[in-house]
Design a protein around this ligand. Sequence first.
Ligand SMILES: Nc1nc2c(ncn2[C@@H]2O[C@H](COP(=O)(O)OP(=O)(O)O)[C@@H](O)[C@H]2O)c(=O)[nH]1
Ligand SMILES: [Mg+2]
Length: 218
Amino acid sequence: MEIKVLHQVMEWNEDVSKEVRETLAAHSVCMVNLMGSPGAGKTSLITSLIEQLAGRWRVGVIEGDIAGQIDAERIAALGIPAVQLNTDGACHIEAMSIRNLLPMLPLDQLDVIFVENIGNLVCPAEFDIGESLRITLLSVPEGDDKVEKYPLMFTDTGCLVINKFDMMPYFDFDLERVRQNYETVNPGAPLYCVSCRTKEGLDTLADWLSQQIRQAVR
Ligand SMILES: Nc1nc2c(ncn2[C@@H]2O[C@H](COP(=O)(O)OP(=O)(O)O)[C@@H](O)[C@H]2O)c(=O)[nH]1
Ligand SMILES: [Mg+2]
């Protein structure tokens, strides 16, 4: 399967996030910026949510990676429109790249676009890519101290998802510690515990997300 690949241009710093939002609004599309460490389960969560949202919303995906197109191939194999963005070394996605990528997706046939940001708990949080909603993903094996160490990633997000909940018996992961720290930096924001392996918690997360999509596209 041939995947469309776009390379991020780094010398251009103009902020086009507003322009991206206008394009999304014109096509009634909700764009979700999914951020988290490498291996936290971003691609797994996207594929799980595609399954959960099937029949409710039409989904497209932008896969951000420093190199390669493995993730876009995983998504396209499910019959979902997917485009790969390669940042060629940069640790985050910029709005300019999203603006250049959007015409490669059938916007009139989509309700929601998941953007898998570059695996990293630092830089992606600093860049507005024109998203409608941010979701931060943390997985149990990464440890329960990440909210304290990387606060911006958890402050500036619409929702925190804790993945690999099936691994709880094998790690000293203090969920209450994460919950309290998250409440401190992002009061009132929702937190969902899921497992992309056992599917635990995904239906509740999908229901919340569905409400967010409804608000964004109306
Ligand atoms: N045990 C367990 N493994 C998971 C879960 N979600 C993802 N994984 C595994 O974690 C690894 C990284 O997942 P991937 O979705 O590629 O992470 P990404 O780098 O954040 O996109 C893969 O081997 C997945 O099978 C989960 O809920 N439980
Ligand atoms: Mg991935």
